[in-house]
Design a protein. Sequence first.
Length: 418
Amino acid sequence: MKIPFSPPYIDEAVINEVVDSLRSGWITSGPKVKALEEEIRNFSGSKEVLCVNSWTSGAIMMLCWLGVKADDEVIVPAYTYSATALAVLHAGAKPVMVDSGEDFNICVDAIRKAITPKTKAIIPVDIAGFPCDYDRIMAMVNEPEIRRMFQATSPVQEELGRILVMNDAAHSLGAYYNKRQRTGCETDVAIFSLHAVKNVTTAEGGAICLNLPDPFDNAKLYKELRMTSLNCQTKDAFSKSKAGGWRYDIIGLGMKINMADVNAAIGLAQIREYPQLLKERKRVFNTYTDAFSKWEWAIIPPSICGEKESSYHIYALRIKGFTEEQRDRMIDEIAKSEVAVNVHFIPMPMLSFFKSMGYDIKNYPQAYENYKSEISLPIYPQLDEEKLNFIINTVKEAYAKVTGCNTVDNAVQCTCQS
């Protein structure tokens, strides 16, 4: 049985929405983008939402809006996809990497130790869709001592008066930070990814959620950023296309990172079905957990802890006591059965580019500990009971082949740490 890792969810509703866009005669930024923004805003509880062409470009634009420059520091986890740090570099600042907790997410105590007068932003990442400890992070940046340390070097920073917190929510659309609040509105800025493998996709895309405190006007900021995403052009292409609407101006140095309607149509159909799709992802996640909880070697990934609940984006299984080499052998065994699995993530200090900049994985022991034994299993609505049983048996058989052991007792449960 051949099982892909993360195929997109495309049903008739998605196809019909895309065809409607194609038949409308308008396929770039227009009414469907605006409709998707409204759907995400209502779903997440954010004050304003701007859709762009990727998480990365959205993060670069927001850091540029913040006014970061050379020598400014932005704290990021060492354990994340490279885009988190690359966005900082593209914006002209320095990524300061810190270690993780056992739940994969950024260690809040490590953030505190890394803060200096040069720190302008913190970018926590909701790994696998499980939210970080935002109560502690937001309380920390508002502590009088931390605020006094903050040195503003731009008008936006002066107005904010403290370190900006920008949630890398690439994985966590639909997660609950508490029982009343979904991710997307718990920090100053949150950015969802709408990439092809995400829970809701636009093929490529991102959604910037704005929740800036007073005296910022989020509705006004939305309009400014929307213009910035279109080369700071005073009139978008949809408006220009109307009779007599040709004249425009360029009023600043913008970027060309807008989302197109034909892309938004995919996400628009999916997010309308998302509550049910999310239930299906949870079903898959819980099926894995029920099975692997019987095995002593399986470290179950976090899903619910207190009032936090995952978006069930990735099933990040860890193998107790495994070395990196054993993990890789186990993946090779799984691949022989044509089950596609993955690893989330190779810590950034292990990647050649970041090594060349002086980052060393030895300084991030928990990030390496999380990585060396992690295997990401397929998780998506299309997985039925037969496929799930095949995946589970394949993983168990692969473990047995690598270890020569096939007798186990109790599972190691997840811990709630940050």
